[in-house]
Design a protein. Sequence first.
Length: 454
Amino acid sequence: MMRSALIIFSITLGIGSPLFAEPLPIDPLWKSEGFRKTVTGSYGIDSRIEPRITVDEEFYIAESAKAMADNDRKKAAQILSDSPLLEKSAALQFNLATLRLEDGNSEAALKAFESALEKFPNFRDAHRNLAVVLVRENEFEKAREHLVRAIELGAGDGLTIGLLGYCHSQDGNAQAALSAFRMAALTQPNERQWKIGEAEALQSLDYHREANSIFQSVIDEKPDDLNLWRVQADALISLENYNAAIANLEFAYRAKDLPPVAILSLGHLYLQGDLPDLALQRYKAAISAEEKPVELSRVLIAVEMLTSQQQFSRARQLIDAVETAEYDLDSEENKTEVGKLIRSRAFIELEDGDAAKGAQALEKWVKTDGTDGLALILLARFKENANQREEAEMLLEQAALIPDHEAEALFAHGRLLVDARDYEAALEKLEKAAAIDPRPRITNYLEAVRELVK
């Protein structure tokens, strides 16, 4: 029976963090018919939001339009850029900027839109199109300012409002994003990006069932979009529909379109579903991916999860795979993770292997890093099991000098003294441990020992 996978994802990615926290890429929007029509649409004469066009300006715009009708984009842009009116004309700058935007020349488009706005600050469509460029350049805060200004000037089109929703989602403002995406869908009901944005906002606001329903409808429309299969898995996990989440992620995995971090999370789901062999296979795939493999710290969580479920053989295999993968285990950057790796292997040896070998590895490690309190505490356990009590006590006293591990070292020392029937000394250690860390595990044991010595 499936146990709560939500616990795993909280450990792996932080409480409340989904597998794919970032909104889906908005790149497909730039190719949509609605986007092209909105960005390149002609504008009439409204002196409040658009500059009046002179006869001379109209000539160059018309000539550029003729070139566009002949599919000669280069000539269309050249007509505008060669015009002697360009430097002083907001209308010509706007048209040239829009051509640059369509061509993907963001830098040139940005400069031209800004130039148009310098000449005519209330140019509504220039604000919107400049925001489009800024969104494509991931300048979301700046883009939001221009989108808001465009709306203040009367813009009510789906592109303007939808992009504002996207900026809000990037800033983590899910409620504002939801409102904007729903408004955008009123004028562009067939735009997939607004549906996806609405679903992601609902998911962020914990409306998982509603989000899942929208994700499913969009997937039904275009089942080959594997991004959506992956993101829908978040909603399915939140709904505790783990088998469906596995199916989504496995589908993307077999299509070779699942990032290493998601492959690792797929392994977690398999482990929670009591399928440790499949879990191990996915863990190994995550660390041997051709693209950048999953971070070492995340893999170590997988090792700890296997160990906590007493899957010692598989945990050992995963450690072996890590040690032969392309991780720089000698670097200072990975020193903390290497310590965890050594501790995990030693613990496995203690529980299901060669205890002496595990102790030897720990002794070698603590000589390298004498501040690893957890390694000292674990090594003390080895010594205690080997009837080397004095050495064990010395290690625990050393560990107690490390602030982050003082309570755990005192607790372990107290338990060792209880086993040795030295109750008064044990109470002293346990009371200090409880004062530092009053969790039930420590306080309940302390009370039990107090009852024992009454």
